[in-house]
Design a protein around this ligand. Structure first.
Ligand code: FE
Ligand code: CA
Length: 516
């Protein structure tokens, strides 16, 4: 870390000579404006702390956020109370130009299982304050937990009304399953495959993202949204990525556009750097050699272990050219994999420890193998080959290994619809899966898509299906898990109302879902 003294002396060789403090920088006009325009957030909570995040960007949609290309010290404070009467920890972090002047502070030494408040200061400017929570100690026995699940927030498709409501929830943490940004750009209004109008509610700045500057600008635009900022400031996040942080339906070193692997990896490297810069994640997730090890575990006492998976970075190519297609030979490829060998071993080892009442696989793409037919004119079953359905061998391998644990809940995103359903190993139920809809992707939606009644009839393992925007909250006790499907009535205009559309309850030791 650069000390203040080193910063001053290194600055003295360039155009910033004689400038000793950020307040003076601002006074001399080098910072055009208030630097904390993109808000604050916290993440990767532990029993003794969490990561604090901000990014300096006086002009968020300018190149480099309007920042001078020098490292800049930022002060941070963590308080026991929202008035900052009792400071629990404080320090200085350096916002570096190499990382887009993002700030990641790993705070430790705090008390378990309680809220803290935090803020940053640069010269005379103070950030908005955020609220973060530590986790309970691993050896403790919490009797209840409420956490949130969300993702898929296409800026062009709708307002972040659901995130505004999420900000008001009382949650221990939020799991984000990815599609935080969308890398593409729509030319104008569209129509969904099931015939619903999809207005262009607001437009991305720029075209499709390919280089680091493109991705940085896309995140900056998203974070200018006050509802997203409110949700980020209110909660501590467990962040993961899916496809659209990089490119539609990418896996490993392959994209859906057929770019040569070596070329795609350059794009992936740029995208993962921007993801790291903008997410409240630990330095352990800093991309190295163009890759990040993003799978990791969070434990909530002896109540819940949450294993956050990476289902993109190591996956073998989607079979049969990807897409929604009838059964093909590639679906039963014995060498196919969704996780790396190391990640799969890590997951199964964690699941079989039996040290928590509940085990949660927090991941991205649907694990249920569903028949996707929505019209009567199709003779053969249709599968989503980008989901676990396209990878039958690793899917069955993992389901057979978790059989008998009777405490596994899979949390999923990607579908832009709500699902509750049962996972079986071919013989009997082994786990439940809750798929969270999108924050905005896919537009207003409706209770059920045209043709969804057919999908329900063809897939008896699905207990609930809904096509509105929103998020999940999960209420977990030692013996029961309840997932609340929270939906908003519209995202095409601001101010949509939130309701609990349904709740799904699971009793520990009995793999089944009761809907209410
Ligand atoms: Fe999505
Ligand atoms: Ca996705």
């Amino acid at each position: 870390m650069l000390t203040r003294r080193q910063f001053v002396s290194s600055a003295a060789i360039g155009p910033l000579a004689l400038i000793g403090a950020p307040a003076i920088l601002r006074a001399q006009g080098l910072l055009h404006a208030y630097p904390f325009t993109l808000g604050v957030t916290s993440g990767d909570p532990a029993p003794d702390g969490f990561v604090l995040w901000t990014r300096l960007a006086p002009v968020p949609t300018d190149r480099h956020g309007g920042m001078p290309m020098v490292p800049m010290p930022v002060q941070w404070e963590v308080a026991m109370d929202e008035h900052f009467a009792t400071i629990a920890a404080a320090g200085e972090a350096i916002a570096r130009p190499e990382l887009g002047h993002s700030v990641h502070v790993e705070v430790g030494g705090l008390l378990p299982d309680r809220p803290y408040w935090y803020r940053f200061t640069l010269g005379g400017d103070r950030s908005p304050q955020g609220r973060a929570r530590t986790l309970p100690l691993p050896g403790s026995s919490p009797q209840s937990l409420r956490f949130g699940v969300c993702g898929c927030q296409n800026y062009e498709d709708g307002h972040y009304t659901a995130l505004r409501h999420l900000a008001a929830e009382d949650l221990a943490f939020v799991y984000h399953y990815g599609d935080f940004i969308y890398e593409n750009a729509r030319p104008g209004p569209g129509i969904t495959p099931w015939g619903q109008a999809l207005p262009l509610v607001r437009s991305h700045v720029g075209q499709e993202c390919f280089d680091l500057a493109d991705y940085r600008l896309r995140y900056a635009q998203y974070l200018t949204d006050p509802d997203l900022q409110a949700a980020r400031a209110a909660h501590s996040w467990l962040s993961s990525f899916d496809d659209h942080e990089i490119g539609n339906n990418w896996v490993s070193d392959m994209d859906a556009k057929g770019a040569p692997a070596d070329i795609f990896l350059l794009r992936r490297q740029a995208a993962l750097q921007a993801w790291y810069e903008y997410m409240p994640v630990r330095a352990a997730l800093l991309p190295r050699g163009g890759a990040t090890t993003a799978y990791r575990e969070a434990r909530f006492g002896d109540l819940l272990a949450m294993d956050v998976l990476d289902t993109r970075s190591y996956r073998s190519d989607q079979p049969c050219g990807d897409g929604f297609k009838p059964r093909c030979a590639g679906m039963s490829d014995r060498t196919a994999h969704v996780l790396s060998n190391e990640e799969e071993r890590w997951l199964l080892r964690n699941m079989k420890r039996k040290t928590t009442r509940w085990n949660c696989m927090a991941q991205q793409v649907m694990m249920m193998s569903l028949d996707r037919r929505m019209t009567p004119d199709m003779p053969e079953k249709i599968y989503n080959l980008d989901s676990w359905a396209g990878y039958e061998v690793p899917r069955r391998r993992i389901l057979s290994r978790i059989k008998g644990l009777d405490n596994v809940v899979v949390l999923t995103g990607d579908e832009h619809q709500n699902f509750a359903g049962i996972l079986d190993d071919g013989n009997r139920p082994v786990a439940v899966e809750f798929v969270s809809t999108s924050i905005s992707s896919g537009g207003d939606g409706s209770d059920l898509r045209v043709g969804s009644d057919r999908m329900r009839a063809n897939n008896p393992q699905v207990k609930f299906l809904n096509d509105q925007r929103g998020y999940l909250t999960c209420d977990v006790t030692p013996d029961n898990w309840r997932t609340n499907f929270m939906v908003v009535d519209r995202v095409s205009r601001p101010g949509g109302a939130i309701t609990r559309r349904a709740a799904a309850t699971v009793a520990r030791g009995d793999v089944g879902i009761s809907m209410s």
